[in-house]
Ligand binder design. Structure first.
Ligand code: HOZ
Length: 426
């Protein structure tokens, strides 16, 4: 039988680095990646037959846990009617209506196939609507792999040593200005230096691709004020926070209005889906209503829509999920903080809603520079220790831990106990 080791050897011959997405290669932690054979609820199994408690949750979308019966049944039913039509379907209308109802400040939705595509299209819309070329992003925030977003990016781009990717034309990169997360003066300075030229600010409302760093009080509100004053648009990239922090995502959680919101895999229940959403006035700038072109055969794919609808309906109808997610993640973070105190390890635990991350530094982490000070060797040791104890985590520091509705208190306590044992050895 193939093991993770033998599969990785074969994979390296036909896939760059043996993977289809860099962080999965485990280079940041110096191990052989676990090849996954199945997942159910809060658990994931590797090709070697080992079972883990999963705190990656497919990087967020499995908010109800893996293999949820309602989503699986919706997919099975949809598959019987055909896999792809490249034509409108009733389900697209239903999911858009549901999203408009659940998410504040959006009136229209355009479905795409991933968060990367959603962001790329949202930026085009912002540029088309304002007639301006420059955009502001934050160092260490990650918005997928489109050219203009691979400038000082977080996540695996940062962990892999290429936050500003080769292959991005200098002419493209020059229009991406970078500010510091949680530092409004760095944003205002860019507007002052580029008067009337900045189309939008794009931000992860909770920076969850540099570990997890929440917005300081007033930061998101300040971005809103600056955008209003400067005639720029505010884009919330809610690929991670959307439908996770609250039904209405970060806009609802923090009470700050965005002009354009992007979503990713969570609205497909884990299937490849993304969307960008805004007011009618903005969205009617998009073709075929307006001059901003964007298209895709697989956009609104019927099977993906069925999965997404099942997940979003469930979230909509069961608002207690958000209270429970908050409670479980707080239990996890508080438990890990106790483990830090008891072991005397120099570790910070950040948590916002059902997102959490440890940083291996004695100082509190409220910024990209703070996150970047985390000891990456210690993260690698922590990762290996946790994996050996049956806890499946993101194989790089600059990612988040995701808690799902399927995690039980016992699952959380097992992770806390594992962390305590690992912290004691750091
Ligand atoms: N860097 C991505 C998550 N933030 C990785 C996703 C993947 O490899 O699947």
């Amino acid at each position: 039988m193939d093991t993770s080791e033998t599969l990785f050897e074969q994979a390296k011959k036909v896939l760059p680095g043996g993977v289809n997405s860099p962080v999965r290669a485990y280079r940041a932690v110096g191990l052989t990646p676990r090849f996954i054979s199945k997942a159910d609820g809060a658990y994931i199994w590797d090709a070697d037959g080992r079972k883990y408690i999963d705190y990656v949750c497919s990087w967020g979308p499995m908010i109800l846990g893996h293999n949820h019966p309602l989503i699986r049944e919706a997919v099975e039913k949809a598959v019987k009617d055909g896999l792809s039509f490249g034509a409108p379907t009733a389900r697209e209308v239903e999911i858009a209506q549901l999203m408009v109802e659940m998410v504040p400040n959006i009136e229209m939705v355009r479905m795409v196939n991933s968060g990367t595509e959603a962001v790329m299209s949202a930026l085009r819309l912002a540029r088309g609507a304002t007639g301006r070329d420059k955009i502001i992003k934050f160092e260490g925030c990650y918005h997928g792999h489109s050219d203009s977003m691979l400038v000082k990016a977080g996540s695996s781009a940062m962990a892999g040593g290429c936050p500003s990717s080769a292959g991005v034309p200098a002419d493209t990169a020059k229009d991406t200005l970078t500010a510091q997360y949680n530092d409004l003066s760095s944003v205002q300075q860019l507007f002052d230096e580029n008067p009337g030229q900045i189309a939008c600010i794009i931000v992860e409302p909770v920076a969850a691709n540099m570990g997890v760093v929440g917005p300081n009080p007033g930061f998101l509100e300040g971005l809103r004020t600056i955008c209003d004053k400067e005639g720029a648009l505010l884009i919330f990239d809610e690929v991670i926070t959307g439908f996770r922090l609250a039904k209405g995502g970060a806009q609802e959680f923090f009470g700050v209005k965005a002009d354009i919101v992007t979503f990713g895999k969570i609205i497909g229940g884990g299937m490849p889906v993304g969307a960008y959403c805004a007011s009618r006035a903005l969205m009617e700038q998009v073709a075929p209503c307006g001059p901003v072109y964007q298209a895709g055969t697989l956009a609104g794919n019927p099977v993906a829509m069925a999965a997404g609808l099942a997940q979003l309906h469930y979230l909509d109808e069961n608002p207690q999920i958000y209270t429970e997610l908050q409670r479980k993640a707080t239990r996890l973070a508080d438990g890990m903080r106790n483990a830090v105190r008891e072991t005397g390890a120099a570790v910070q635990i950040n948590q916002i809603g059902s997102l959490a991350a440890p940083f291996f530094t004695p100082d509190t982490v409220e910024s990209f520079s703070g996150a970047a000070r985390s000891d990456l060797k210690k993260y690698a040791a922590y990762f290996a220790g946790m994996l050996n104890r049956g806890i499946y985590l993101a194989p790089a520091q600059f990612e988040a831990m995701f808690v799902s509705y399927a995690h039980t208190d016992a699952d959380i306590d097992t992770a806390v106990e594992a962390a305590k044992a690992v912290f004691a050895q750091l």
